[in-house]
Design a protein around this ligand. Structure first.
Ligand code: GLY
Ligand code: MN
Ligand code: MN
Length: 409
């Protein structure tokens, strides 16, 4: 499926007399003359395939047809001298399939023209907010500006509108995720070859990220987690500056991003290449939960159903080991949930309660975190939901403890 087909899916779900205005975003200033790495708005990318700052997409759906436009910065030799070639109209037409391409400085006039000449009743902007106290995203700022100018128009949320479309991945999206997973596999194999006690966690991170970059990943899907010993018990540990001790485990939660699609994998390795009997006992329980989730994943159930399965496996296992008295105490050692969608974003767009459908890609990531023994183990695979079950996209990334020991020997 192409990006034009993504837009077509959106147009089928929205009412007539509706504007869609989506901005790629602008670089965010950090300090002095420095800016954070630019991250394109995910809705904008999904609808256009473009990831260039200061670019915008405008569509107007009327009864007879939908008109669509792109607005890009006008190529400027002075900017190109400093920071490189800017996309041309022809290049963005080619990627997006949008024929009408104008320059960004004419966007406000174009919006005014639609407002003046057409009976615009609704306008979609991405109004997603992660945390109440976050600074507003660029799209939210633009939505507020529009609301002040045109208070009679009903504002709708493009993020919510895109959720059901983005949850179900098409063939091109799945191919990109497969490639991201395969780069991650190769990165982890390089890590396993080099891993030894005495290394620093960030050196393992560097081995992984070097491989990703070398194999064509422009960036990581999320900040690499390389937690050895007790650090593996922090779910989103990211400091990665401790020495990896002999006899400890290292939990690696990481992933390459390939052409804007994420992988999200966790493997836990013994630093010296051999699990202790106790580490192996816990590892095998985590693996059992991981395999139970993959065996159950199929259309028409929810990620909460999958989490209930992981909790049951953990609960029964921990009771049998005498670590808890009843299954209901599982939260003492398992504090997160087992699955989330993966796609353009690593924790990809979804609406609470949505049931799995063929084409969803989700994580399968049970973990146990035993502070008192400095044992943190998570095993995370990426699953593609199929018509009657799932395909484990990361099945070639070693997770059997004997296979890991044999590879590291
Ligand atoms: N890498 C973050 C997560 O597994 O959800
Ligand atoms: Mn992960
Ligand atoms: Mn995950």
């Amino acid at each position: 499926m192409s990006f034009a087909e993504h837009r077509e899916k959106l147009y089928q779900t929205i009412a007539e007399n509706t504007l869609v205005i989506s901005y790629a975003g602008v670089p965010i200033h950090s300090n002095e003359d420095d800016y954070y790495d630019f991250a394109v708005n995910s809705q904008f990318f999904y609808l256009t395939g473009l990831e260039r700052e200061n670019t915008a997409f405008l569509a107007y759906k009327a009864a007879e047809k939908t008109q669509e436009f792109l607005f890009i910065e006008e190529p400027d030799p002075q900017s190109e001298r400093w920071t490189g070639k800017m996309p041309t109209k022809e290049e963005v037409q080619q990627i997006s399939g949008i024929r009408n391409v104008r320059y960004t400085n004419s966007l406000d006039a174009a919006i005014s023209r639609f407002m003046g000449r057409f009976r615009v009743e609704q306008a979609y902007f991405d109004m997603y907010r992660c945390q109440m106290n976050d600074l507003p995203d660029y799209n939210l700022v633009m939505a507020e500006r529009f609301r002040q100018a045109y208070p009679q128009v009903v504002l709708k949320d493009l993020h919510t509108a895109c959720a059901p479309l983005r949850e179900r991945k098409d063939a091109q999206e799945i191919a990109r995720i497969r490639k991201a997973v395969d780069i991650t596999r190769q990165g982890l194999e390089f890590v396993m070859k080099n891993l030894k006690p005495g290394m620093l966690e960030y050196q393992v991170q560097a081995d992984f990220e070097y491989t990703c970059r070398r194999l064509g990943a422009k960036r990581q899907a999320f900040p690499t987690i390389a937690g050895s010993g007790i650090n593996g018990c922090m779910m989103h540990y990211g400091t990665n500056h401790c020495e990896i001790r002999d006899g400890s485990l290292i939990l690696l939660d990481l992933g390459a991003e390939y052409e804007n699609y994420c992988s999200d994998i966790t493997r836990t390795y013994p630093a010296n290449g051999k699990f202790s009997p106790r580490q192996r006992e816990i590892y095998e329980l985590v693996l059992k939960a991981n395999e139970a989730v993959a065996a159950a994943a199929r259309p028409d159930i929810t990620t909460k159903d999958l989490n209930d399965i992981a909790c049951r496996v953990f609960g029964e296992g921990l009771v049998a080991m005498g670590m808890i008295q009843s299954v209901s105490e599982v939260g003492k050692y398992y504090m997160h949930s087992v699955s989330h969608p993966i796609g353009i974003d690593v924790h990809d767009i979804t609406l609470a309660g949505d049931v799995l459908q063929p084409g969803w890609v989700i994580s399968d990531e049970p973990g146990l975190y035993i502070d008192e023994e400095a044992i943190g183990i998570r095993i995370e695979d990426d699953l593609l939901i199929t018509e009657d079950g799932c395909e484990v996209l990361s099945k070639d990334i070693l997770k059997d403890p004997d296979a890991i020991e044999a590879f590291m020997a």
